[in-house]
Ligand binder design. Structure first.
Ligand code: ADP
Ligand code: ASP
Ligand code: MG
Length: 419
């Protein structure tokens, strides 16, 4: 007998028929003698709908009230799921994050899990029930409801699996596993059978939303093997595991895109010591995460500063910046929301030159302009216009031969370009 944590995402529980099908599948697993803990997301589109309601009332709502609102989506699915299990002849109980309890800090809308209690879950399991837990939510020491950030149900599942020392954690979704790129926009994307935590962390951090990045971090830390698989087939999916000797070290393991950022530019910033701190300290104090930063040197004593923030933080960032630019006597602040960060990722890049230049060459061939670039040992990211996302993903996927093999690519651009 095993203890299994299964998580089903929004599309997997997007209608009452789908909830009934999931209940049947879980019950079959339970009837084989396993203890089952089932983490559910809200029905697909529901969290967006709730966010839309809030925006109709206030442009910058209180984050505490946002959490109160957003956490309701998961309450719907867990209660319906428990009913569906009972209707199918089993027994189940639904629990909210604060009932479990999943303790978090108080950073509303992006709370971090501090501790997960297991007593109540274990008590219900011992009574033979399937325990279904609302994903994406927790509770502060003061008793306020929090949410973990978009896609956070994956993290709930892994945190529960770690706390319960579960034998397996399965993430059920609408695709068959982790692919070389998003299979919904690139038909030749190839399913990866096994991937290391580190590579998955990199893919997730750059936009492969099939797994929430914090869930991968937790899985790595607590050595929880993750199995990402489809709700709609029985096929084996992708295992996210520790590095194994025989694993292929791919040059480029995947292409990701992230449409979730906005670019902000402050022009004519006086180029003096301390100016970057004056811009970014208040932003980080407000809990706003800044991703790429570029500072241009101009003639005279002025500079331009360009950076990206998560799109949902854009309004708050702009409000802060209106004041900041007055303090630092910069000229103006402007922004572009219709951008995408497109990245190529692979641990094998460490020892190869020419990967970034190949990427730039491929994008140039398609007439796609790059407005920001950032590189690390194992990734290259470019900011491009959002409308070119699919074209860029497909062209890069083909250029790096991700549909075919894992051999180093032949560079299309024979000219050496320094990186
Ligand atoms: P869920 O609602 O089940 O949590 P998500 O929408 O969060 O599902 O994640 C699954 C989606 O992730 C897929 O439908 C796919 O479009 C997208 N995706 C992006 N990159 C990848 C990738 N590399 N491999 C698999 N899916 C990906
Ligand atoms: N319902 C939340 C969201 O849409 C959490 C999740 O699905 O993981 O982001
Ligand atoms: Mg998800």
């Amino acid at each position: 007998m095993a203890l299994i944590v299964q998580k089903f995402g929004g599309t997997s529980v997007g209608s009452t028929d789908k909830i009934k099908a999931v209940a049947k599948r879980v019950l079959e697993c339970k009837n084989k003698g396993n203890d089952m803990v089932v983490v559910l997301s809200a029905m697909s589109g529901e969290t967006d709908k709730l966010t839309g309601y809030a925006r109709e009332i206030q442009s910058i709502p209180s984050l505490r009230e946002m959490d109160m609102l957003l956490s309701t989506g998961e309450q719907v699915t867990i209660s319906l799921f428990a009913m569906a299990v009972k209707e199918a002849g089993g027994d189940a109980v639904s629990l909210l994050g604060d009932q479990v309890a999943i303790h978090t800090d108080s950073s509303h809308t992006k709370a971090r899990i501090k501790k997960v209690d297991t007593d109540l879950v274990r008590k219900h399991l011992a009574e033979g029930k399937i325990v279904t837990v609302a994903g994406f939510q927790g509770v502060t020491d003061e008793g306020d409801i929090t949410t973990l950030g978009r896609g956070g149900s994956d993290t709930t599942a892994v945190a529960l699996a770690a706390a319960l020392e579960a034998d397996a954690c399965e993430i059920f979704t609408d695709v068959e596993g982790v692919y070389t790129t998003d299979p919904n926009i690139c038909k030749t994307a190839r399913k990866i059978n096994r991937i290391t935590y580190d590579e998955m962390l990199e893919l997730a951090s750059l936009g492969a939303k099939v797994l929430d990045i914090r869930s991968v971090g937790l899985a790595k830390r607590y050595k929880v093997p993750l199995h990402v698989r489809s709700t709609f087939t029985e096929n084996e999916g992708t295992w996210v595991v520790e590095e194994e000797k025989k694993m292929e070290s791919m040059l480029v393991s995947g292409i990701t895109y992230n449409k979730n950022e906005a670019r902000i530019t402050i022009t004519n910033v006086p180029d003096q010591p301390g100016v970057a701190a004056k811009i970014f300290l208040p932003i980080s104090d407000a809990g706003i995460i800044v991703d790429m930063i570029i500072q241009n040197t101009k003639a005279g004593d002025m500079t331009d500063m360009t950076f990206t923030v998560v799109r949902s933080d854009y309004d708050r960032a702009m409000k802060l910046l209106e004041k900041i630019i007055q303090d630092i006597e910069a000229e103006s602040v402007s922004c572009a929301k219709e951008i995408t960060k497109i990245s190529i990722v692979g641990v094998g890049m460490r020892n190869h030159s020419g990967i970034a230049s190949t990427m730039f060459h491929i994008l140039a061939k398609e007439g796609i302009n790059i407005t920001m670039i950032s590189t690390s040992e194992i990734k290259v990211s470019c900011i491009i216009e959002e409308k070119y996302t699919e074209l860029a993903v497909r062209s890069l996927h083909e250029a790096f031969a991700l549909d075919k093999n894992n051999e180093p690519v032949e560079e299309e651009n024979p000219e050496p370009v320094s990186e």
